[in-house]
Design a protein around this ligand. Structure first.
Ligand SMILES: Cc1cc2nc3c(=O)[nH]c(=O)nc-3n(C[C@H](O)[C@H](O)[C@H](O)COP(=O)(O)O)c2cc1C
Length: 436
């Protein structure tokens, strides 16, 4: 993979990437001596009670960075830490969402920051064992984590008595099975258990019945990597960043037609104009921005005219989209939206696990309909089919969010680019005539 650029910790509001770029930050010794690493774990184990940790994360207002944006502290409080028997922490490092590479950026730059967050979370919810389910193709990050875990074991931070406290902790790695669906939390748990990755019906939710039917906290890499900062500085300090309902910062991986693709730490509430035009340098010379996906390929698209939309979750919901996985995909005016949507639908149809009918059948219908439209065989009938298929995929009709995502691609490109669809389906022309 290409070397990623990014925002190395220079700004006041770089909470996660503050120390990125420090030589050998991935080594435990450097993480501790230069970046104040493992101070939060020490504080958590020696000075705080598990309930205090949960409350601190609740106070921070941190929301999951994996896609759904669920309140992290609230999720932690769902685990009954006093229930008898084992509880687990499972870390979602599958990162297969097109356009998303921010978890990789964390694992490659500061693997110990993630490990520290996992250990604090495990202590908070009463778990002694954690797994990191890491995307199978992520060789580099996997290697970094293998080395970091070995260092943490050698230092005794993982083991029977971390920081001298009688609370055994261990973290193991599990390499993912190479399908997008493996990142969906319940499919991930199936895969971790050695089964085919297909989503489970909910309830019960993983907090009640997760890995091996035990109470399980499942969080994204970035979510957990934010925890050491919160424990060090306090939840009240975290809410000073971002907006009232979407506090803090998040990493955004900006890709596509921009001059400086890369991963940037952005304070929530900044505009997408700032992220795309300033941080990522805007479209190439002579091109105009046309459309962007604000939260990975699964988030409904927004047209260039909505560049001033703010990055917080409420503003995105008001714009009928979402922050999703933090992957910002930018397309300029040399590309045809209908072709891009068709390409994405092919992805979702291919990645459908087939367990639920709307997703299995709907994705396929959409692909065949797009094929007819792009072969200049479309008519009003095809446009009607796409609209009905999009409707059939959304609003909880599928077992998991994969179906919704496929539906949103159709729905949102229709909403903002109806004319391009009509050009293709009714007039059999493409004003862009591109290679999208
Ligand atoms: C098809 C699909 C793929 C997903 N892939 C990922 C992924 O790669 N990484 C991730 O953290 N969350 C992914 N999610 C979201 C997870 O199901 C889950 O909401 C998240 O890991 C919870 O962690 P958080 O609360 O820290 O965000 C995916 C969801 C769906 C529907």
């Amino acid at each position: 993979m290409a070397e990623l650029r990014g925002s190395f910790g220079v700004a006041r509001n770089h909470l996660l990437t503050r120390w990125f770029g420090t030589e050998d930050l991935h080594r435990l010794e450097v993480y501790e001596s230069k970046a104040g690493g493992y101070a939060a774990l020490r504080k958590a184990l020696l000075d705080m009670k598990p309930a205090d940790l949960v409350n601190e994360v609740k106070t921070s207002g941190l929301r999951g960075r994996g896609g759904a944006g669920f309140a992290t502290g609230v999720k932690w409080s769902f685990i009954n830490r006093d229930a008898p028997g084992p509880k687990y922490v499972v870390v979602n490092a599958d990162e297969s969402e097109p356009g998303t590479s921010k978890d990789r950026y964390i694992m490659e730059n500061s693997p110990h920051m993630l490990l520290e967050g996992i250990m604090i979370a495990a202590y908070a919810v009463g778990a002694n064992q954690a797994w990191v389910y890491i995307r199978g193709e992520y060789d580099g990050p996997h290697r970094m984590l293998v080395e970091a875990i070995a260092e943490a074991r050698a230092k005794g931070y993982l083991g029977p008595k971390p920081m001298g406290v009688n609370y055994p902790l261990d973290i193991q790695l599990y390499r993912g099975h190479g399908a997008y669906i493996c990142g969906e939390e319940t499919a991930l748990l199936e895969s971790l258990e050695g089964k085919r990755a297909q989503p489970r019906s909910r309830p019960p939710f993983p907090a009640v019945k997760g890995a091996w039917a035990r109470p399980t906290l499942l969080n994204n890499v970035e979510t957990l990597s934010t925890v050491p900062w919160i424990i060090n500085n306090g939840g009240a300090a975290y809410v000073k960043f971002g907006t009232e309902k979407s506090p803090g910062t998040r990493l955004m991986s900006v890709s596509g037609n921009v001059r400086k693709p890369g991963v940037y730490e952005v304070e929530l509430g900044q505009t997408f104009r700032h992220v795309i035009m300033e941080l990522a340098g805007g479209p190439p010379e002579g091109r105009r921005m046309k459309v962007f996906w604000p939260g990975g390929s699964s988030a409904p698209v927004l047209p260039e005219s909505m560049l001033d939309t703010h990055t917080d979750m409420e503003a995105l919901a008001a714009a009928r989209s979402m922050g999703g996985s933090g992957g910002v995909i930018v397309m300029d005016d040399s590309h045809c939206v209908v072709k891009a949507a068709s390409r994405l639908l092919r992805f979702y149809a291919h990645e459908s696990c087939g367990k639920c009918t709307p997703c299995r059948v709907g994705g396929d219908w959409a692909v065949r309909t797009y094929d007819r439209i792009l072969a200049n065989e479309g008519s009003q009938v095809e446009l009607g089919i796409l609209e009905r298929v999009a409707d059939g995929l959304q609003n909880g009709r599928c077992l998991c969010g994969l179906g919704d995502s496929a539906g949103w691609v159709i729905d949102s490109t229709f909403r903002h680019f109806r004319e391009e669809y009509e050009d293709h389906a009714l007039r059999h022309t493409c004003k862009v005539g591109s290679h999208a």
